[in-house]
Design a protein around this ligand. Structure first.
Ligand code: SF4
Ligand code: SF4
Length: 481
């Protein structure tokens, strides 16, 4: 049982002297706990399996930092297209805003890795070794005898092991599984950087899940801090039905008792909802920033109501408006604005994706001279950089577009094959017979991708001397002057 009733003026997990009050939330059973356990199992399975599932020759999600490419479910984002991630991330951000405005902190309670791994991984292990919440509190207070020391060593060894497994699985998203296996099975001296990264990540995860726990949600998480701006009285939240529950039937720990004249409400002030809360709050005091919508208090209170033969739902998912006797409005300015921004982001992303071609190319002048004057022609040498952004080889053909009559080129005849995810530099020499040269001019270099059925074009400029300098009469006259 918690030392004191939670107060809105202080944080339950911090004692008056500033030290940490370590919580041992009681276990819950019920439909919401079961549903969350199923969701957590699916999410952990997805996290573990994604690096193993191959799509198009790459893991389903592979953030290949070394090659500066991301592979997302068969879609490869080359380094030149990283800007697309801006639309992806803002789209995800607006989707989260939209979902939060409708359903409150459903992300925190159901899908956030912090909640999923803490509640259904580390806390489950702790329960297995140390027992239920009262047993854990007794163990905390017990002297350091052999039994306590053994339990602590076993628990923290398993915590470190579990943290290391999560850290390695996380790394698999960035280095691929074969590489990860090669690293794990070789000496740390061969890859010091990654070894230290793994040690640091494991240490951070261990520290977070073994000790810091709910403090991450209360003190650090920026999404938690945004809640007051994202939700309103019509958002679904985990809340207490004060109209039905008050006045409490039986005062405990100094809580007010109902007067003889007022009929008792359904809340019996048993504090079950407080004891199961992983952030140590009393939801009956109203919506608070510390509430991560884990639904533990719903199951705890439903259990009490069933025993009392009362309807469930004294604590439930509902809007503050409904709790106050009004009606939830789903369509309101913030949900409309978030939905529009979300759809706008999706539309822009799809439009931009439709315009992105599997091949990119750029032209530049070959170092050594802007142009060359041969005995019979003016010559420009260009370098064409061809980039294949796909996972299959591509055959590309170069040609000149809009060049004046008489121009000749080499390097534009045969198709060029560019290997998957590779770049190739190709030389194009453009020659203009001296007799036909009348000064610099602009033209285009085109790349035809037969498989893709499209042509890309880039502007280029043919450079040369002042045409009169190529005229022999000019030099003859100049020498006779
Ligand atoms: S669990 Fe239900 S009955 Fe018990 S204190 Fe909480 S709200 Fe009241
Ligand atoms: S108040 Fe209820 S839903 Fe919110 S964190 Fe505590 S137990 Fe979870």
């Amino acid at each position: 049982m918690s030392a004191a009733r939670p107060s809105l003026d202080s944080v339950t997990t911090i004692n008056d002297d500033g030290s940490r009050h370590f919580l041992h939330p009681a276990d819950t059973r019920g439909r919401w706990t079961t549903a969350r356990r199923i969701v957590a199992t699916v999410l952990i399975a997805v996290f573990v399996l994604l690096p193993w599932i191959q799509i198009g020759g790459y893991p389903a999600v592979f953030l290949d930092i070394a090659e500066r490419r991301f592979h997302l479910f068969g879609w490869t984002i080359a380094s030149q297209e990283m800007w697309l991630l801006f639309f992806l991330l803002t789209g995800v951000g607006f989707s989260l805003f939209f979902v939060t405005a409708l359903l409150g902190r459903v992300w925190c309670g159901w899908a956030c890795p912090q909640t999923v791994f803490l509640e259904f991984g580390f806390r489950a292990l702790e329960r297995l070794i140390d027992g239920d919440a009262p047993a854990r509190r007794r163990l905390d207070a017990a002297p350091w005898d052999t039994a306590k020391t053994t339990k602590r060593i076993v628990k923290h060894a398993l915590f470190v092991l579990f943290a290391a497994v999560i850290a390695h699985l996380f790394l698999a998203y960035f280095v691929s599984l074969p590489q990860l296996y090669a690293m794990v099975s070789s000496a740390p001296t061969k890859h010091w950087g990654l070894f230290l990264f793994m040690m640091a990540t494991t240490g951070l995860l261990y520290g977070n899940f073994a000790w810091f726990r709910e403090q991450l949600c209360i003190v650090i998480c920026p999404y938690g801090r945004l809640q007051s701006a994202l939700v309103d009285d019509h958002s679904l939240v985990v809340g207490y039905d004060a109209i039905r529950g008050e006045p409490r039937r039986q005062g405990r720990d100094g809580a007010p008792s109902p007067s003889a004249s007022a009929p008792a409400g359904d809340c019996i002030d048993c504090l079950r909802c407080v004891h199961v809360c992983p952030t140590g709050i009393d939801i009956r005091q109203g919506l608070q920033m510390e509430c991560v919508a884990c639904t533990a208090c719903i199951d705890a209170c439903d259990d009490v109501m069933i025993r009392l033969k009362k309807p469930r739902g004294l604590i439930r998912y509902d809007s503050l408006t409904n709790f106050a006797g009004g009606r939830t409005r789903w369509i309101r300015p913030r949900t409309v604005i978030y939905a529009v921004l979300m759809l706008l982001g999706a539309a822009v992303l799809l439009t931009v994706l439709g315009k992105v071609k599997p091949v990119a190319f750029a032209t530049m002048r070959m170092p050594g001279g802007s142009y060359f004057v041969d005995s019979d022609a003016v010559r420009n040498q260009l370098l064409v950089r061809l980039t294949n952004k796909t996972t299959a080889p591509r055959r590309l053909t170069l040609s000149l577009v809009g060049a004046p009559a008489g121009i000749q080129s080499t390097g534009t005849d045969a198709p060029i094959e560019v290997a998957p995810m590779e770049e190739g530099l190709h030389t194009v020499i453009v020659r203009m017979p001296r007799a036909a040269y009348t000064g610099k001019f602009r033209f285009k270099i085109a790349v035809r991708d037969e498989a893709g059925g499209y042509t890309l074009e880039r502007e280029a400029e043919f450079l040369g001397p002042d045409p009169k300098l190529l005229d022999e009469n000019y030099w003859r006259e100049k020498s006779t002057r």
